[in-house]
Every structure is written in C-alpha cells, then in structure tokens.
Design a protein around this ligand. Structure first.
Ligand code: KIV
Length: 266
C-alpha cells in the first residue's frame, strides 16, 4: 500500500471491498494508522475527545486546520478528509467554498466533509464545482444536537426514513464521493447503500454499509466507560496507559528507573 488513496479510487471500491476509516487528530496516530485504513477523518469529534467539550459545536475552522496539518504529514497512503465545523458552511455556499479551500490549501486535506442532505445540496455542488471533493454526512448529525434533542438514532419513522433516502440521493446528485451514515437503523442504511452509486460509510448504521468509520479513541477503548451500543472496543488502551503510567511512577519513586542501561556512562 504505497500510493495515496484518491477519491476516484474510493468511489471505485464500492461493491469491491469494504472501506475502513477512523478519525485522526495528530501526526503520531496518523503514522500508525496510515497503512491500515483507507481514510483518516479529521473529525470535529476532536471537540469532545481531544478538548473535552460536551459536543462539537465550539470547534473552529482554525482548530481543524491545525489538526489536519498534523495528520496530513503522517498520511502517506490513507486519504485525509477534514470536517467543516459548525457554522463554517451553513451561512452560504460562498463562505462554505472559501472555508473548504482553507482546509485544502492550509490544512492539506484531500477532501472535506459536511453534515446535511437536501438542504446542503447546492452548497455541495458549489464546492465540488471548484474541484474540492466533498463527503456527505446524514442521519445523526452531531452539529444538529440541539435540534435533535440529543445524540439520538434518526430515521425511525417512515417519513424520517424517506427524508434520509432523499438526502442521500440529493448528495449523490450534488457530487459527493461518499456519504457517512451515522446513527440510523441498519435496514435503512442497507437500503440507502443499495440505492446510491457512491460508497456509504457507516457509524452506528449496521453492516449493510460500504464501509465503516469509528472515532479512534473510542475503538481503542481509551475511555473504558464510553460504550454505546454501536461501539466495539478493539483494544483496552485506556487500561494499558494507566498500567504503564502506574509502573513508571512506581519505578521513579523507588529509584529503580532510570537504571544503568537507560543512563549515559561518564
Ligand atoms: O467528527 C467525527 O468524528 C465524525 C465521525 C463520527 C463520522 O463525523
């Protein structure tokens, strides 16, 4: 896996192999994940898992640019896509285009992601026309947390299901290269995935999607207490970190570390 994953390749992989994506916020993690996943998402989830906020709403464009620069330096293979944060694209299409341009030229992202379906289609078109690849994101859209009344599964009623199907089709028509389906019933995600010609990437949307994405700190089990239904901890890194720090602290306090093998001779 030497060459860079491109958006045409991502599109072409639909129906061939499942796409694998995870979030990344820094260089060291990007280096580790680069050869193992197809897509690194610099998600505005960094507001919650990196900054400790209640939601993603206070994340700024400059913060996303800063983290994207770090991730891009570590990504030799994986495609790097960066989130347009809250209010960086909702006001109008021109502002959305200008801010997308900053993620590409300053952040070194290779694509941008925004939340919303039918209502965002014109904005997506404007950005895509300028040569910037756009990834869509529908269903549980965290930037609408207050409108949704919390982080709740979407698309449960027949009319909500139909709206989400229309959202996906509108995004496809507008030119997105992939769509994140978050927090929707698995049958609906499968139906959307079968209907659109572009890859769907699920999170809390079942196995019928064309790929899966998880927040890296979540899948690594860095917060052992955070375990919503859709999440699997693929490691217990939180416990490992605590064990290592405990051992380090003990060895320092007992004068065991550093020993001769970790010291420079006179
Ligand atoms: O911000 C983020 O990490 C995301 C993923 C959860 C898809 O949008």
């Amino acid at each position: 896996m030497n060459s860079k994953m491109t958006t045409p390749q991502i599109r072409a992989l639909k129906g061939q192999v499942k796409l694998v994506a995870c979030t990344a916020y820094d260089y060291t993690f990007a280096r580790l994940a680069d050869e193992l996943v197809d897509i690194l998402l610099v998600g505005d989830s960094l507001g919650m898992v990196f900054q400790g906020r209640e939601n993603t709403l206070s994340v700024t464009l400059d913060q996303i640019i800063y983290h994207t620069q770090a991730v891009a330096r570590g990504a030799r293979h994986a495609h790097v896509v960066a989130d347009l944060p809250f209010m960086s694209y909702q006001v109008n299409a021109e502002e959305a285009l200008r801010n997308s341009g900053r993620l590409i030229s300053e952040g070194m992202a290779e694509g941008v992601k925004l939340e919303g379906g039918v209502t965002m289609a014109k904005t997506v078109e404007r950005i895509v026309e300028a040569g910037i690849p756009v990834m869509g994101h529908i269903g549980l859209t965290p930037q609408s947390v207050h409108a949704m009344g919390g982080f709740k599964v979407q698309g449960k009623s027949p009319s909500a299901r139909e709206s989400l199907m229309q959202d996906a089709l509108a995004l496809e028509d507008a030119g997105v290269y992939a769509i994140v389906l978050e927090g929707i019933p698995s049958g609906l995600a499968k139906a959307i995935s079968e209907k659109v010609q572009i890859p769907t990437i699920g999170i809390g949307a079942g196995v019928g999607c064309d790929g899966q994405v998880l927040v890296s700190t979540d899948l690594l089990g860095m917060n052992p207490h955070f375990k919503p239904k859709f999440l699997k901890h693929f490691a217990q890194v939180g416990e490992e970190v605590k064990d290592a720090l405990q051992e380090f602290a003990q060895e320092v306090r007992e004068g065991v570390f550093p020993d001769a093998s970790h010291s420079f001779a006179d």
